[in-house]
Design a protein around this ligand. Structure first.
Ligand code: NDP
Length: 340
């Protein structure tokens, strides 16, 4: 049973060498009377929150995350096939998604946290992205936190990623004017030509983010879907419209620096009566089945498209995961463990 092991707590940018691949042992039979399930992992998800798990627990503010244990395997969301089940509602052969371990086979002790996959006529890897946690984040963040209205001006940062590409497309379906930013020409092209954003720009080529936003939003921004934080947030605050909304989904530019950057333009929240609201996807899970029905029909009707960046094999996992923090991924970063 090949595994990806987390070496030790990380400060600064995570490196591939902060993890290593080893062949461990797993008991392939469940103990008698156990309610656990034994699964074969098919696809693993690389998500930015996994960086927080690489810090000691006291740096995680004791709330949303439980840190990884040095010397133990990495865990994260994934798609798996059930090989053996001690749980009455889950049977051998079921396909599930939820939190699993970065290894070929896993024993999942709390199988009630897994979600059974009913729709298998879409790529199964989608349950790590558009039909899984990041998709639900985009959906809840956009519809519940942003309170969007037709015709509004929407800005999405990290727009070519797992969450951002869906936010932009949902905003277009709502009838908004949508601009996205991303870190390469290839991503900017995707935003404009594949995901249907009205405009897109490469933030790395803009020396003055305030000027860039003024260029794309001469009348200001109604909704900012915040994925990056730092200087971008500061520039956005200068460009918000009255009664604008900022949905704070994440701040990836801050995850690898010890002292978060200061934000200078907060008084604009007062001047422009902006609503700034942070959110965590887990608070919206009761909406999952409605979300799933909506997204499946959007995908089947060709109203929504999704780009994945697939890394082959567990061995490629560490590089794929740390690549999130340099923008190496083009679209949702997935690691394939096994195709069936
Ligand atoms: P992505 O697929 O967008 O991957 C991360 C991307 O972030 C990279 O590709 C890179 O793109 C960009 N990035 C990395 N470093 C920086 C930086 N210093 N400045 C600007 N951009 C950077 O990830 P997700 O879509 O999965 O996640 C997007 C955001 O959503 C993250 O902040 C994440 O933490 C948050 N999140 C929050 C959830 C919640 O419940 N609140 C749930 C899920 C995600 P580029 O080339 O454009 O730089």
């Amino acid at each position: 049973n090949k595994q990806v092991i987390f070496k030790d707590f990380v400060s600064g940018f995570p490196k591939e060498s902060d993890m290593f691949v080893t062949t461990g042992s797993v008991k392939l039979k469940l103990p008698e009377g156990s309610r656990a399930v034994l699964v074969k992992n098919l696809y693993l998800s690389c998500d930015p929150y996994m960086r927080a798990l690489m810090k000691p627990q006291d740096a995680n503010y004791g709330s949303v995350f439980t840190s990884y244990t040095p010397g133990s395997p990495v865990s994260g969301f994934g798609v798996a096939k059930v090989l053996e089940s001690g749980h009455p509602d889950i049977k051998e052969g079921d396909l599930v998604w939820g939190v699993t371990t970065w290894e070929e086979y896993s024993v999942i002790k709390a199988p009630e946290t897994l979600i059974k996959i009913q729709h298998t006529d879409v790529p199964l890897s989608y349950y790590t992205g558009i039909l899984g946690m990041p998709g639900m984040t985009a959906y809840a963040g956009f519809y519940e936190v942003c309170s969007p209205k037709k015709g509004e001006y929407v800005y999405v940062s990290s727009a070519a990623g797992a969450v951002g590409q869906l936010v932009g497309q949902l905003a277009k379906l709502t009838g908004c004017y949508v601009v996205g930013s991303a870190g390469s020409k290839e991503k900017v092209d995707l935003l404009k030509n594949k995901f249907g954003f009205d405009e897109a720009f490469n933030y790395k080529e803009e020396h003055d983010l305030n000027a860039a936003l003024k260029r794309y939003f001469p009348e200001g921004i109604d909704i900012y879907f915040e994925n990056v934080g730092g200087k971008m947030l500061d520039a956005v605050l200068l460009n918000m419209r009255i009664h604008g909304r900022i949905a704070v989904c994440g701040m990836i530019s801050q995850y690898n620096i010890d002292k978060p950057e200061g934000v200078s333009n907060l008084m604009n929240i007062v001047y422009k009566r902006v609503r700034v609201e942070g959110f965590v996807v887990f608070d919206y899970l009761q909406q999952y089945s409605k979300f799933l029905d909506t997204l499946i029909s959007y995908i089947k009707d060709g109203k929504i498209t999704y780009v994945e960046d697939i890394a082959e094999g567990l061995e490629s996992g560490p590089a794929a995961l740390v690549g999130l923090f340099s923008g190496r991924n083009v679209g949702k970063q997935v690691v394939t463990v096994s195709l069936e």
